[in-house]
Write a protein that binds this ligand. Structure first.
Ligand SMILES: Nc1ncnc2c1ncn2[C@@H]1O[C@H](COP(=O)(O)OP(=O)(O)OP(=O)(O)O)[C@@H](O)[C@H]1O
Length: 247
């Protein structure tokens, strides 16, 4: 990193050290370091191609790590970093693609998200919480998911992932394809989940303004490296031109 950290990090829940990775022989990540405190919302910002999606996919275990380590609750999980194991631990990734089961109803998609939850009461409570967070999903509960609009499918993907009550959410461009009002509503919901349910979020987002509003801290990324760490307050005090100069 170029500069010393400027913000205070609470007790780290997720720590990434010296992470290197890529695709086949192509190296994309050149030693990324970050730490996210319990209940923190951290934005990972950078230009197109900086390596943000690759970093999220490597942390969750969709892409192999070439070097470096990942720790969760202080325990080294580098050797067992697979999407399934991470989901069991409470670390979930919401990719930028819409990944719903198109020929199943909205309700069935949501129910599938809670298959790890053994208690039927807890599953029912969680479903009700999702319907409160995303009222459109209640309205469309019996509709086939593939017939929802792009933005509605995006909300469904978020809802399905939240059904498993994750502790850490890795979110790749949640606002992609959403109308401005829906962007505000999704970010408001994410901010509320972080505040009220201590949900920890690592957020990749091109829509910097709304992302900063719910973030505590920011990492900037360029050419496969984390360059800077700032508080969201510091970034909010800058204008848009300064944001883009920073990235
Ligand atoms: N499947 C792939 N195979 C090979 N190279 C890839 C693949 N996916 C991404 N890359 C390359 O990895 C680099 C980083 O891409 P990545 O998608 O991680 O960036 P990003 O910061 O998320 O960009 P964006 O904001 O545009 O989504 C780019 O050079 C890209 O071309």
């Amino acid at each position: 990193m170029d500069e010393a950290p400027t913000a205070i990090t609470p007790r780290p829940l997720l720590e990434v050290d010296g992470l290197r990775g890529g695709y086949g022989r192509k190296q994309v990540l050149y030693g990324c370091d970050l730490a996210i405190g319990d209940g923190e919302v951290v934005s990972l910002l950078g230009h197109n191609g900086a390596g943000k999606t690759t970093l999220l996919n490597t942390i969750i275990g969709l892409l192999p790590m070439r070097d470096g380590s990942v720790r969760f609750e202080g325990v080294d999980i580098t050797r067992s970093c697979s999407p399934v194991r991470n989901k069991q631990r409470g670390i979930s990734l919401i990719p930028s693609e819409r990944m719903v089961f198109g020929t199943l109803s909205v309700l069935d998609n949501l129910r599938l998200g809670a298959t790890l939850e053994r208690s039927a009461t807890r599953r029912a409570e969680r479903l009700e919480e999702m319907f409160e967070l995303f009222p459109i999903l209640r309205e469309r509960a019996s509709q086939m998911a593939g017939t929802l609009s792009g933005g509605q499918q995006r909300m469904l993907v978020i809802g399905v992932t939240l059904m498993s009550s994750p502790r850490v959410l890795l979110l790749d461009e949640p606002s992609l394809g959403l109308a401005p009002a829906a962007v505000d509503s999704v970010f408001e919901t994410l901010g509320r989940l972080a505040r009220e349910q201590q949900l920890t979020i690592l957020l990749v987002e091109q829509n910097i303004g709304p992302a900063l509003k719910i973030s505590d801290r920011v990492y900037t990324m360029r050419s496969g490296e984390i360059r800077r760490e700032l508080s969201a307050t510091e970034m909010l005090a800058m204008d848009r031109t300064q944001w883009w100069e920073l990235l």
